[in-house]
Write a protein that binds this ligand. Sequence first.
Ligand code: HEC
Length: 160
Amino acid sequence: MKSTLVRIFTFPVMLALPVLLLTACSDSGPVSVPQAEQTGTASTSRWYSNEQLATGTEVFARNCAACHGENAQGTVGDWRQRLEDGSLPPPPLNGTAHAWHHPNPVLLQVINNGGAAFGGKMPAFAEVLDESEKLAAIAYFQNFWSDEIYAQWTQMGGPN
Ligand code: HEC
């Protein structure tokens, strides 16, 4: 009896959690960075090297751009608008959506596991890319982040 109750109560929470993770803080913070600042060339020092950036450009183009856009700008008008099947569209990763709320270990988890666990469409890359390729892909889309967004991300854990 007890375990049934626990299941009844935890099930909706499990369903709701990833949605909260993806949308919870989307309305806070200075997400409205002027497009002109999104140059793709960062001026402050970043955790990644030019070499990682070059690798990331290739990895992203081959594995991620079809859904997230060539310049990580997204491929849908409104990434918060759920699709007909209830899943979320691929969000921009260029600093205009939500990805910058996550430190690198969390971003790696998303890339490794994809969205299947919560009805999402993001494929899992755990067996597709090695660790350095995944980090390089992260470097690629983070290079579109403004210095302001990058600084805030650093305060929330950043590369660690
Ligand atoms: C088939 C489409 C598709 C491909 C290919 C894809 N993604 Fe995604 N991605 C999604 C969707 C859809 C979501 C939203 C979560 C979900 O519903 O699965 C997402 C979410 C994410 C997030 C979380 C963003 C946030 O705001 O928290 C990151 C990071 C991400 N993807 C990175 C990548 C990277 C890096 C690659 C390539 C290695 C990639 N994705 C390939 C569809 C895709």
